[in-house]
Design a protein around this ligand. Structure first.
Ligand code: DSN
Length: 434
């Protein structure tokens, strides 16, 4: 309903833009969206995003703004903060960082001196994020970085991380990942950070909704500072939250975000965030989070039964990594691109302990998740069908080098039927049921 309202309002003014929006609505309805960092936000969350608060500008924090007319912006920001603190158990929340990268940069800016500060975090190809010190990110250029990785079983080795931290003495020790399917032991990370005198930072962007819904252990009280984007499992708008415990940390973070890095916050986003946090406090959201994990585990089990190499042997959260070079002699990028052609949208991704052919843009794996499918109302029994679709598609992909004009499918007729079946299956679910 909200799609129709938005499209018709835009269409009355700009049919060209409206047509693109309409196409995207149709795409999101007709495919199986399995990128683990995406979701379908509720109509209420999306309506708040389009609200009149997007007309309002202001700088500073509630009660301390640099512009007049802030009664309602103060009220909405305080509401979002109150809900974030209640939901995650932290005494302070900053809801102004525009997204995940600015949130992480805000934390580093608060605590580290450029060209002196030391960050220890997970390497990118084992599931870390660009902003965890990758050389192509300013975080890797402005700070000294030590990266840890997974062990030969694709899981974290806390003894090894402790050994490295004692040697490197980071100022900030980062946990929290973009492609790690296992539970994070926040107590262990907090203890290591305290032992070496580092601030502990958990970037829980991927699992914030699972933490809020009780499907993953909380970083509180073990971790000093927590950052997360709000549009993934939390199912809010594109935005970010920074939580902290100590008053001196909170003060430094607030100063780093504004005026250190940003000007005026996006108040409509903050309003939308307040609504998403309200939804996340509900019993329905708790059962949603639990179902996301059950679905991911069911999907992993079905794929492993079919012989797929699932990294770490399964999942404890919303995502799984499949090494398709080991499983099917295919590179991750080709598999992701061809799966999109039949209506399964996931992403190619590096996997730990891959072949030596793996490169960031030419990885051995694919990454998939269940947040979107679960929002559509799918349960464990539907994951069998999803695994069958993936398997049928991959089994029908040609291996080896493919020339530019070659058909990449062994049997194009099978592909045509599969694409139609996937479309019909996707269309049999609404986009938002929880
Ligand atoms: N790298 C993004 C992802 O996990 O999709 C998060 O920023």
């Amino acid at each position: 309903m909200i799609e129709k309202t938005i499209t018709s309002l835009v269409e009355a003014c700009d049919p060209k833009a409206a047509a693109i929006l309409q196409n995207e609505d149709e795409r999101q309805t007709a495919v199986l969206r399995m990128i683990p960092s995406e979701n379908y936000a509720s109509p209420a969350v999306r309506a708040a995003l389009a609200s009149t608060l997007s007309n309002k500008y202001g700088e500073g924090y509630a009660g301390r703004r640099y512009y007049q007319g802030q009664k309602n912006t103060d009220a909405i920001e305080l509401l979002a903060i109150e809900r974030a603190c209640r939901l995650f158990g932290y005494p302070h929340a900053n809801v102004q960082a525009l997204s995940g990268a600015p949130a992480n940069l805000g934390v580093y800016t608060a605590f580290l001196k450029p060209f002196e500060g030391r960050i220890m975090a997970m390497r990118l190809d084992h599931g870390g994020h660009l902003t965890h010190g990758s050389p192509v990110s300013v975080t890797g250029q402005w700070f000294e970085i030590m990266h840890y990785g997974c062990n030969e079983n694709d899981v974290l080795d806390y003894d090894e991380i402790r050994r490295m931290a004692i040697e490197f003495k980071p100022n900030v020790l980062v946990c929290g990942y973009t492609a790690y399917p296992r539970t994070i032991d926040f107590a262990a990370f907090g203890a290591i950070a305290r032992e070496v005198g580092a601030i502990s930072l958990a970037d829980v962007s991927h699992i914030a909704g699972l933490i809020a819904g009780g499907a993953h252990p909380s970083p509180f009280p073990h971790i000093d500072v927590v950052t997360f984007t709000t549009h993934k499992t939390l199912r809010g708008p594109r935005g970010a939250i920074i939580l902290s415990q100590k008053p001196e940390h909170a003060e430094a973070i607030d100063k780093a975000v504004f005026p250190g890095l940003q000007g005026g916050p996006h108040f409509a986003t903050i309003a939308s965030l307040a609504v998403a946090l309200h939804e996340a406090e509900s019993d329905g959201f708790r059962s949603y989070s639990a179902q996301v994990v059950k679905n991911a585990q069911a999907l992993a089990a079905h794929l492993m039964e079919k012989g797929y190499h699932v990294s770490s042997g399964g999942t404890d959260n919303h995502l799984l990594l499949v090494d398709v070079r080991k499983s099917a002699s295919l590179p991750g990028k080709r598999v992701a691109e061809l799966l999109e052609d039949v209506g399964i949208v996931l992403n190619f991704n590096t996997v730990p302990n891959a072949s030596d052919r793996q490169k960031p843009l030419f990885p051995d794996g694919i990454r998939m998740g269940t947040p979107c499918l679960t929002t559509r109302g799918m349960k464990e029994n539907h994951m069998a069908a999803v695994a069958d679709f993936i398997h049928l598609a991959i089994s029908n992909m040609k291996t080896g080098k493919i020339e530019k004009d070659d058909n990449p499918w062994k049997d194009p007729a099978v592909t045509g039927k599969l694409a139609a079946d996937i479309r019909a299956f996707a269309l049999s679910f609404p986009t938002f049921t929880w």
